[in-house]
Design a binder for this molecule. Sequence first.
Ligand code: F6R
Length: 246
Amino acid sequence: MRVVIANDYEDLSSRAAMIVAGQVCIKPKSVLGLATGSTPTRMYNKLVEMHKSASLDFSSVVSFNLDEYIGLLPEDEQSYHWYMNKNFFEHVNISKDNIHIPNGISKNIAEECQKYDQAIQACGGIDLQILGIGNNGHIGFNEPDLKFEATTHKVELDLDTIYANSRFFKNANDVPRYAISMGIKTIMQAKKILLLVNGQNKAEAIFKTIFNEITPEIPASILQLHQDVTVIVEKEAAMYLEGKIA
Ligand code: F6R
């Protein structure tokens, strides 16, 4: 793993946006794996700025989002469809046909998951996967103790995740209990991975991700086995890494 310490959230977002922009410039038909949540929001803002000011071209890019809540309509402001449209897709020239987000209102969730993995493979796999991390070490919605071999599947959210994500909802009871998520196997098949870590509340999770033994109890620890992972850690999130990273 390459670990980069960023001065603050702005610095983290600029560095992340530069990596994504570099990927898209080098390979205009890149397949990007995208994350939602609070961490990548500013990175998306910066990519939109680069599209507007420097004509960063997304017209051939294909995207696959990591996850979506089960039961929320795409128009729901808490859905990841809505998040992606408002923060990114509506502001760049990505083709609608190239956007993939799991369908959380599918009548056949198992089939939806299977088709999602098939679609990723049909596009030649993910070139660059962007990830955030949960306080409990989850990546995507792969909660602790799930099998590492899972591909895209239905997950039951941990209480910890429901509590953490309730900040986006009116109250914790409104947070869906289930989601569709790319599995760890799907994530690990990406050619490159970019993990973004912001805020003191992630300090323990990122420390364990890098230094703990690899265990499903800390889902992100599996990233130690991936050959091309860059982790950008904002200073406060890096509080336990001081002196341990060259
Ligand atoms: C989002 C996702 C999650 C988040 C994680 C961190 O698509 O897959 O794993 O990346 O929960 O969320 P934030 O950035 O809101 O702290």
